[in-house]
Design a protein around this ligand. Structure first.
Ligand code: EPZ
Length: 413
């Protein structure tokens, strides 16, 4: 089993370049199969979830040319199957986008129910509601989502909660429906806007992504495009927290600082220095940081995908902090692992009450999921002595060359 072994105690310093956004890439790869012409996607993160999804679209006949580790050309012209039930695809969350894309293009899809990190119950009722309102019949049997329609017709869809997955999925199906669709209360995350921009670059007509109302005029076909994925907000945020936690000084390049505001504000509030440049942020800290309250919220609020990382930093900061998780009900699984390293965190419902300690000591721990795994790496970077982290396959699902990047910043592994 692969492990990270980290010798803590070295402040991170230097420069790191952030890759393309994983959660945008998953939507974009799938949306690419909706065109019957070649689509070139650049700034693709070289991570496991992306590889699984590329294999999946290849398995139904899409032509996938891997030009280099960050560029792929996809052509959906030869798709000969709308049924996907590979073991690998069940393990990732982004597989659900295949339903929206295949339903939009072929009016039918049969796709294994998605997996992904075990961070809560993760229902897909809002996806299904959207497809049904567009005119599809959707059923779930033998572990698969079966969606079929004679015709998809644009309509007015109100999401009960601003779901990232449902917004992207409905946007994909609706962009090849007849007439106009309005999605109210959509998610506004940067990757929603990126997927919409990508679909528009292929000839879709989507307006308002990133606002409270998305308006889509259906088109009958999509065409070739060349597109570069936005930088990963969460990879950047993870390095920001790692810089602050290790009392380091790191220039984090290839970012969109606006996407990082909620994270920057909290770091500044507890005493770190954050300098913003056009496409970079520099984070440094030279003393023990202070306490605060954090509550995860849909964008532009504090991202749930940064909750374990900020909690780890606060566990080392002075005073009592609280972290409230309002998106997923089971996202505190890393707390027991941090406790082995000396953290003092009590979870009551969806709130973690954190008494900051002066330092951690290295221990043998296990990554419970992707972002929690990244947070434990941050803990290991700070801890006295050696930390061994296993189940790092979770981390490799979403962080490209994490080990290489932190080692280049001076971490000892
Ligand atoms: C996406 O998950 C991301 N995954 C997650 O990334 C991220 O944590 C999450 O959005 C929130 O930002 C991908 O993009 C592949 P949601 P998703 O639908 O789409 C409820 C990572 O670490 N809900 O926005 O599954 C749901 O229970 C991860 O990269 C419904 O009730 O999240 C949750 O409380 C893990 N019904 C809330 O909405 C639905 O039909 C937000 O979920 C859909 C969602």
């Amino acid at each position: 089993m692969k492990q990270y072994i980290i010798k803590g105690g070295t402040p991170l310093s230097g420069e790191v370049t952030i890759g393309g956004a994983k959660n945008a890439a998953l939507g974009i790869i799938v949306a690419a199969i909706m065109a019957d012409e070649p689509v070139t996607i650049d700034n693709l993160p070289d991570v496991d979830d992306v590889r699984v999804l590329l294999d999946a679209i290849e398995s139904i006949g899409a032509i996938v040319e891997r030009i280099d580790s960050h560029t792929v050309r996809i052509n959906g012209a030869c798709i000969n199957d709308v049924s996907i039930d590979e073991d690998a695809i069940r393990k990732i969350r982004g597989s659900y986008y295949l339903v929206g894309a295949l339903l939009g293009k072929y009016k039918k899809a049969l796709v294994a129910l998605p997996g992904g990190c075990q961070i809560g119950s993760r229902p897909i009722d809002q996806h299904i509601k959207g497809f049904e309102q567009l005119g599809a019949k959707v059923s779930i049997h033998h572990g698969k989502i079966d969606a079929q329609a004679e015709n998809l017709v644009g309509t007015h869809i109100y999401l009960d909660c601003p779901s990232v997955g449902a917004t992207i999925n409905i946007m994909m199906a609706a962009c090849m429906a007849e007439g106009k669709t309005i999605i109210e209360n959509p998610a506004k995350e940067p990757h929603i806007v990126d997927v919409a921009n990508f679909l528009n670059s292929m000839g879709a007509d989507i307006k308002g992504a990133g606002t409270d109302k998305i308006r889509i005029n259906g088109v009958s076909k999509l065409h070739s495009s060349e597109y570069s994925i936005i930088p990963d907000q969460i990879e950047a945020g993870t390095f920001m927290v790692a810089a602050a936690a290790t009392h380091g000084d790191v220039l984090i390049k290839n970012v969109i600082p606006k996407h990082l505001e909620a994270i920057s504000v909290k770091l500044i509030e507890i005493g770190a220095t954050v300098e913003e440049y056009d496409d970079a942020v520099r984070v440094s800290a030279d003393h023990r940081l202070g306490h605060t309250q954090v509550k995860t919220l849909p964008y532009p609020g504090f991202p749930t995908d940064m909750q374990p990382q900020i909690a780890t930093l606060l566990a080392l900061s002075e005073g009592t902090s609280t972290v409230t998780e309002s998106i997923f009900e089971n996202r505190f699984k890393y707390v027991d692992e941090l406790a082995r390293m000396g953290a003092s965190i009590k979870v009551e419902g969806n709130v973690a009450i954190i008494e900051g300690v002066e330092g951690f000591t290295g221990a043998a721990i296990s990554a419970p999921d992707l972002r929690a795994g990244a947070a434990l790496v941050v803990a290991g970077l700070v801890a006295e002595g050696y930390t061994t982290i296993d189940s790092i396959h979770f981390i490799e699902r979403g962080y490209e060359n994490f080990e290489g990047k932190i080692t280049a910043l001076g971490a000892v592994s």
